[in-house]
Design a protein around this ligand. Structure first.
Ligand SMILES: Cc1cc2nc3c(=O)[nH]c(=O)nc-3n(C[C@H](O)[C@H](O)[C@H](O)COP(=O)(O)O)c2cc1C
Length: 415
């Protein structure tokens, strides 16, 4: 029995809210929204499994702050005037068994699929460079100062809405190459004004978003930031930059930083299997997290590769406050509970070995999303689904959802 493991000890945030244990469901975009980019029955079913899964905190998949700028079809959006009833229901389901509910907020910036025909904004007009896959993405427009202020207001409005819907907090997505990351990286931010140049200029949008959310939400409302430990691209955002940004965020009252890494161009969040040690192979960003813990007082959570209890426990023992799991909870939503009875139970993370690494990464994501859809339909998950069939099903599903998104957009414009 491992009931006395540090994994199952509670943690109280600076504002007062308490997570019953240290195990967190990390954000996974579900692409399962109902009409109007709202939460609906499929998402409620899926989150019921996690609510009953013995987790300390549940972070939603990224929720968009602008319906015209979506990371993918079937995503959820929460704007200033979005009706709150479906979000209230979502929050109450997530919290029903005692987990904290945190909504992740995001803006994709240039990481917008061309087929979605949405806004593709970026600090500078630098398109994605993904070889033959680049053509899937829209060409971004360099943002004006008005665009930047609009994005900042949208983050704040969405956070207020999340609070009014009953969420315990928000996580601002500043990782994985999305808009806030694009501002942070000198490769994508080539601006000459107060939003570009020095690290603190590049961090200005993130800092403004955080300080304004802190100003309008009470102190017990949890504010987290998901940040890259690095972009893993030459000349990009580096770990020393992450340390400096975290110092600033701490002064602004951020409650916790979730450390991840990479982007669509360099998908480090899917792991670097070349590493020799099992701990590094199964907790991709732990060495960065350890260094961050040594440098700051900020509570740190790390996500990436974790599927075993002993690894999750070591993440906490080595100084992290919480440990995030994503893929493994798609196949086994009650993994945290299973570990209580069977400490050596290993969760499943798909690891497609195709030579085209981009395609293999897409297949892994597709496999996870397939499991999420099954849970949303109250079907059992599959132990080891085939990559190619998952990818085909995912492509068909995304095509259908993209058509729906475009049709609804046209309805809005004509109405
Ligand atoms: C299908 C899928 C969707 C994801 N969507 C998000 C997201 O919306 N926001 C986010 O911060 N990370 C997202 N991620 C990344 C995960 O949060 C996590 O950082 C990454 O999968 C590594 O953790 P894991 O090895 O436990 O899966 C997603 C991952 C997958 C597989």
């Amino acid at each position: 029995m491992h009931e006395d493991s540090v994994l199952y000890s509670p943690f109280s945030f600076a504002g007062g809210k308490t997570a019953v244990n240290r195990i967190v469901k990390a954000a996974m975009e579900e692409n399962m929204a109902a009409d109007g980019a709202l939460p609906g029955e499929a998402l409620y079913s899926l989150y019921r499994y996690w609510a009953h899964g013995g987790l300390g905190m549940i972070i939603t998949g990224n929720v968009m702050i602008d319906k015209q700028a979506m990371t993918g079809p079937g995503g959820v959006a929460l704007e200033a005037n979005t009706p709150l009833a479906p979000f209230k229901r979502w929050a109450s389901i997530i919290k029903s068994q005692g987990a904290l509910a945190v909504m992740q907020l995001n803006h994709p910036g240039r990481q917008v699929f061309k087929a979605m025909q949405g806004k593709a904004l970026a600090p500078s007009a630098v398109p994605l460079s993904m070889g033959r896959h680049s053509k899937l993405f829209a060409t971004p427009k360099a943002m004006t100062c008005e665009d930047i202020h609009d994005v900042c207001q949208r983050f704040v409005a969405s956070a207020k809405q999340a609070m009014q819907a009953g969420f315990d907090g928000v996580e601002i997505h500043a990782a994985h190459g999305y808009l806030l990351t694009q501002f942070l990286s000198p490769l994508t931010n080539q601006r000459q004004d107060e939003w570009g140049g020095s690290l603190m200029n590049r961090a200005r949008l993130l800092i403004n978003v955080i300080s304004q959310i802190r100003a309008v939400c009470p102190r017990d409302f949890i504010v987290m930031v998901k940040l890259n430990s690095a972009d893993f691209q030459r000349g990009g955002f580096e770990f020393s930059d992450a340390l400096a940004v975290v110092e600033r965020l701490q002064a602004l009252g951020v409650d916790m930083v979730e450390l991840s890494g990479g982007s669509y161009e360099s998908p480090a969040m899917q792991g670097n299997t070349a590493d020799e040690s099992r701990l590094a192979r199964e907790a991709y960003f732990l060495s960065f997290a350890r260094k961050m813990v040594a440098h700051t007082e900020m509570p740190v959570m790390t996500t990436g590769g974790i599927r075993r209890a002993d690894v999750a426990e070591q993440v906490i023992e080595q100084g992290c406050t919480m440990v995030g799991l994503a893929s493994a909870l798609a196949t086994t939503p009650d993994l945290a509970q299973k570990w209580r009875k069977n400490w050596t139970y290993a969760g499943y993370i798909p690891a497609c070995q195709w030579r085209d690494k981009t395609l293999a990464g897409l297949a892994n994501m597709a496999t996870v999303r397939r499991q999420l859809r099954r849970l949303g339909n109250d079907l059992t998950t599959l132990r080891a689904p085939t990559s190619w069939w998952s990818l085909i099903l995912d492509m068909l599903q995304r095509r259908k959802l993209t058509k729906r998104y475009l049709a609804q957009g046209q309805k809005q414009h004509s109405g």
